[in-house]
Design a protein around this ligand. Structure first.
Ligand SMILES: [Zn+2]
Length: 322
């Protein structure tokens, strides 16, 4: 569907009940696709959509990654095959994980194994490998770049870190639309049925909050995120404020937990104790709270409010600073 002049929103499904929207910007002079979904999404969703609207993928000039993650870069190989002339681009800070699926697995999905005993197992990693057909970037960006898509149409990249270090959003001043990716994650990541599917997966709390504050100052009429419905007009600030308030609420909940448990707690314990009261996603998805919770725990430790030590298993344990 076209959500603003020249901006098409393409629904891509994956897993049992997940959805990711990729965006196609069609200009008179150049066109851009933002994200490629998972490995199967170009064939299942993106190319059929292009055919239906009469867009030849060989017209695509830019293939932009909003950030590194399996459901955004997984279709890069098949998409590049369909549009070999398109330049594959992403933020320099996300380059290692965009270039290589193995680096993404090691850096992102296996990051909790050694210190917290939390991981996806070999079966989970095999699933990620099959879903994520990465390709090395051909050009890296920093945010602020402008792309001329037509005589009176320029779009601009906005560096929006938090979910990843190098997350990028695309701002269209002509329609006041923002292709937002996962710059703000509301109070849950939604499934294909628009019900909570997993906890919000922001990772770096300081930059995440700064990103939300920056977006709140922008004049956005149409906010098009990857895993949530399009937000329009006053809904945009509501979505952003809810993202911010939820993040602060999680941090306060962790501090409260530290007060209640003088003996401290591990990441696994924090997720198990707080997860069910902080959202209504399926229980199995609670593990994905590791990203946000570790972000908060690191931040609280940096500020000297929590002490980080080790438990008998060698896992990190946090307790209130006396
Ligand atoms: Zn995603």
């Amino acid at each position: 569907m076209e959500i603003a002049p020249g901006i098409h929103r393409i629904r891509c499904t994956f897993g049992d009940n997940r959805v990711v929207f990729v965006h196609l910007l069609v200009g008179d002079e150049a066109s851009m696709l933002v994200d490629t979904g998972c490995a199967h999404n170009p064939e299942q969703d993106i190319l059929p959509y292009m055919r239906a609207v009469g867009f030849d993928p060989r017209r695509l000039r830019y293939l932009l990654m909003s950030h590194s993650d399996l459901d955004h870069q997984g279709g890069n190989q098949p998409m590049k095959q369909a549009a070999p002339q398109a330049i594959l681009m992403g933020h320099n800070l996300d380059r290692p994980w965009l270039d290589s699926t193995e680096a993404l697995i090691q850096g992102r999905y296996a990051q909790f194994e050694a210190d917290h005993g939390i991981g996806y197992g070999e079966e989970g990693k095999a699933g990620i490998r099959a879903t994520t057909l990465s390709l090395p970037l051909e050009m890296t960006l920093e945010g602020g770049e402008q792309f001329r898509l037509g005589p009176d149409w320029y779009v601009r990249l906005v560096h929006t870190p938090g979910h990843t270090w190098g997350h990028l959003a695309v701002s269209d001043p002509r329609s006041r639309a923002l292709i937002a990716g996962e710059a703000a994650l509301w109070n849950a990541n939604l499934g294909a049925d628009w019900q909570p599917a997993l906890p919000p997966t922001y990772c770096y709390v300081d930059t995440y909050l700064a990103t939300i504050d920056r977006l709140l100052t922008m004049d956005i009429e149409t906010f098009a995120p990857s895993h949530w419905p399009v937000q329009r007009g006053p809904e945009v600030a509501e979505f952003l404020s809810e993202s911010r308030n939820y993040c602060l609420h999680v941090e306060q909940s962790l501090l409260d937990l530290a007060h209640e448990r003088p003996g401290g707690f591990t990441l696994r314990e924090a997720i198990g104790l707080l997860g069910p009261s902080l959202g209504s996603w399926p229980e199995a998805a609670n593990q994905d709270f590791s990203y946000a919770m570790l972000g908060h725990l690191n931040r609280l430790a940096q500020r000297g409010m929590l002490n980080a030590g080790r438990d008998a298993n060698g896992y990190t344990k946090w307790s209130l600073t006396p």
